[in-house]
Write a protein that binds this ligand. Structure first.
Ligand code: 9MJ
Length: 722
């Protein structure tokens, strides 16, 4: 290695270094002060590491005002300042998203403690790393007297007024707590609360209210709420809290608590009324840290809140003291990150996709980028209004986000990176697939292609919908195969799926496909289908046979599956089940008046009209007849109208984690018993079912006087016992 020349650092390095500092200062300002970052964390981290590397290479260029020399953010003047009695630390971040991220930490701790391989594993506490903002809550004689942000770690902002509006944070603690107690943790916003907040924001913007904005992600929404100058507005922004540590506490010798471990202190905080995440676990050694990392990574998408990694902490407080600190980071803890959920990439084009119901969706085609654990090449722009609002254009640098199970979306454009003046996106007025007119109905956000099944895109989607697992289930019939079959003209209508090859053969024999089909025995029909399938590219004998078998198997179905598979607008699985139960037979449904349809639990005027309109089209009735002619059958029953069900007429809202049921199971059970499940609490809510870590919905239920149930009580109601 060459020694750096003190008098002549490479001029390009010096320039780059200055530029990086300037850029990072600007990003830090937008992140910490304005709560409106313009780049993803991963991009900030990348620039930060680049600067750190350059500074390491040129120590002569170090400067105390470099972004690398600061922890956290600047303190805003709007709020009073608070000097933390004990500095608020940040923890070292391990960005290696492999198992080695955990193993290296354990190895380092063992080295620091001079442990040999023969000595037992170290006990850790492993916690999720919540993606919110750190908060220090100070209680004196059991009363909340102050809440402060981290700020620069030494001095933070006094945000007590706003924090008092968070229902999950106790304002008063039980008797017996130490006279001075600072609890530290993360203020965050649950994903459902975030979605509901943004829905409200969209309505406000649509109503022309000024100064309102859509929040980019739950963390920014939470940060914005905490630093909102008007506590009344802060109170409308639903926030949650998890405790994970301590600041100043009355010492044991002055009568304070005598905790031995971090886990023990967390349990005590829980008893005192602080929310402590139930996922927090004890882990023995590196193996169990890795297991925790993997397990939590697997649950990440299904949690009610964003996490960006996990945190490992040495459990023994005595060992923590022994390990101490390096500069301002504790040696006894590390944050092990998950793959980023937001990344930068560029827009290669904007396509418009046509869905099953003809809905036109603008989709940004992206340079491939690894985000949220998968490689993303497409991101939805939702609809024309959203595309306009985000103003995404060809060549733009954009932030893409993939969090939870949701489809990837473009969060925002980095306007200062836009080159030239690319064209503004406009929604086409004709369907890009079939050329039919595309129209936007009044009051709707979407344009729809009016081509119906004439449109190849709608035909493909209709077939995939019919063949999916939740409908008649044709195993192995995927998007690629349907594309091939429709593009080759083998399938024109849904029944063609069961008459593969018949169009071509019927043409030769100058018969209608229907007649030809009726004349042939099953084995011969299957041979024609096999032959047709084998003509397709990359279709081997075996897979062709599998498809033929799967098609045959799918013919024996149930009425709800068949009905759902038809793809009638507004008829989902649950409605299909209700219709089947109520009427018993398909013909009865096809001939029911709107009024008769309205008698079905689950069916309102819009749904009734949609069903009637569907079966009023001769073309749709023909599809049903042809499918029957192809041998689709299902057991039919007697009508079973309106059996009084235990939960009829009741609306439920689910919140938090229930002990045994997951959200989907609870929802299915409630619906099966005649109840409805809604997303937010209102005066119309009959019951809120609350589990662990219930969020603001529970607070709201209590505020509105809505009855709250636990899982056991819900089960009793389901059984009709109460
Ligand atoms: C987060 N962000 O979830 C800590 N953190 O501990 C957890 N942060 C922390 N612990 C000491 N779970 C300093 C910061």
């Amino acid at each position: 290695m060459s020694t750096p020349d003190l008098f002549d650092p490479a001029p390009e390095d010096a320039a780059l270094l200055a530029q990086l500092r300037q850029t990072l200062h600007a990003h830090a300002h937008r992140y910490y002060v304005l709560d409106a970052p313009t780049v993803p964390d991963a991009e900030y981290d990348r620039l930060f590491r680049q600067l750190q590397a350059l500074e390491a290479k040129h120590p002569e260029l170090n400067s105390p005002d470099s972004p690398t020399q600061r922890v956290g953010g600047k303190v805003l003047d709007q709020f009073g300042q608070v000097r933390h009695a004990v500095p608020m630390l940040s923890i070292r971040t391990e960005t290696d998203t492999e198992a080695s991220g955990a193993e290296n930490f354990d190895a380092r701790i063992r080295r620091e403690l001079s442990l040999t391989d023969a000595e037992p594993a170290i006990e850790y506490v492993a916690e999720p790393k919540f993606d919110g903002l750190a908060m220090s809550l100070r209680y004196e004689h059991g009363v909340l007297v102050q809440a402060a942000t981290r700020g620069d770690g030494e001095v933070g902002e006094n945000v007590t007024q706003n924090i008092r509006t968070i229902g999950q944070i106790p304002l008063r603690l039980p008797v017996g707590v130490p006279p001075v107690l600072e609890v530290r943790g993360e203020v965050y916003m649950r994903r459902d609360d975030f979605e509901a907040l943004n829905d409200r924001q969209r309505q406000r913007i649509a109503a022309g209210e000024r100064g309102e904005k859509i929040f980019v992600n739950p963390r920014n929404a939470a940060a914005g709420a905490v630093r909102q100058l008007d506590p009344a507005i802060a109170a409308q922004r639903p926030l949650s809290f998890f405790a994970y540590g301590l600041g100043e506490v009355t010492p044991p010798e002055a009568g304070g608590p005598q905790w031995q471990t971090h886990y023990e202190l967390l349990q005590t905080l829980k008893i005192w009324g602080f929310p402590v995440c139930t996922l927090v676990s004890i882990a023995q050694g590196a193996t169990e840290l890795v297991a925790f990392y993997t397990a939590i990574g697997g649950q990440r998408d299904g949690l009610g809140y964003d996490i960006d990694g996990v945190v490992y902490k040495v459990n023994s407080l005595a060992l923590q003291r022994k390990l101490g600190f390096v500069t301002r980071e504790p040696r006894w803890a590390v944050a092990h990150k998950f793959p980023a959920q937001e990344m930068l990439t560029t827009v290669l084009g904007i396509d418009v996709q046509v869905g099953r119901t003809g809905k036109l969706t603008p989709v940004a085609k992206l340079a491939p980028v690894f985000v949220g654990g998968v490689t993303v090449t497409n991101a939805t722009l939702h609809n024309e209004d959203e595309a306009r609002r985000k103003d995404v254009r060809l060549g733009d640098t954009v932030i893409v986000r993939r969090a939870g199970d949701v489809i990837p979306e473009v969060v925002s454009v980095l306007l200062d990176k836009r080159q030239g003046n690319p064209e503004v996106f406009t929604m086409p007025r004709i369907c890009p697939v079939c050329g039919s007119a595309a129209v936007r109905e009044e009051g709707e956000a979407d344009y729809r292609c009016t081509g119906g099944l004439f449109c190849r895109a709608q035909r493909k989607q209709a077939i995939l919908h019919f063949a999916q697992r939740r409908a008649v289930e044709v195993e192995g019939l995927g998007e690629k195969l349907v594309d091939q079959l429709v593009d080759a003209g083998v399938i024109h209508t849904l029944p063609d799926l069961y008459r593969l090859g018949f169009r071509a053969r019927a043409e030769i024999e100058q018969l209608s496909a229907d007649d030809l089909y009726a004349r042939l025995p099953t084995t011969e029909r299957q041979d024609i289908a096999l032959e047709q399938l084998k003509k397709l590219e990359r279709m081997a004998q075996l897979s062709a046979q599998n498809i033929v078998d799967a098609l045959e198997k799918s013919k024996h179905t149930t009425l709800p599956r068949f009905l759902f598979g038809l793809g009638i607008r507004h008829v989902g699985e649950a409605t299909a089940k209700e219709l089947a139960r109520h009427f018993g037979k398909l013909d009865a449904i096809m001939d029911a008046t709107e009024e008769q349809l309205l008698a079905v639990a689950d069916v309102g005027p819009i749904v009734a009209k949609s069903i009637r309109t569907f079966f009023d089209q001769p073309h749709n009735r023909e599809v049903v007849e042809q499918l029957r002619a192809c041998g689709l059958t299902w057991p039919e029953g007697e009508p079973a109208p309106v059996a009084a069900q235990p939960l009829s007429g009741k609306t439920f809202v689910l919140t938090g984690t229930l002990p045994t049921l997951d959200r989907e199971e609870a929802k299915a059970l409630i619906e099966a018993a005649g109840g409805k499940v809604a997303g937010s609490v209102s005066k119309k809510t009959s019951y809120v079912v609350a589990g662990l870590e219930a969020g603001s919905k529970l607070d709201k239920a209590q505020a509105l006087g809505v009855a709250v149930l636990d899982e056991a009580q819900l089960k009793e109601m389901l059984d009709g016992r109460s």
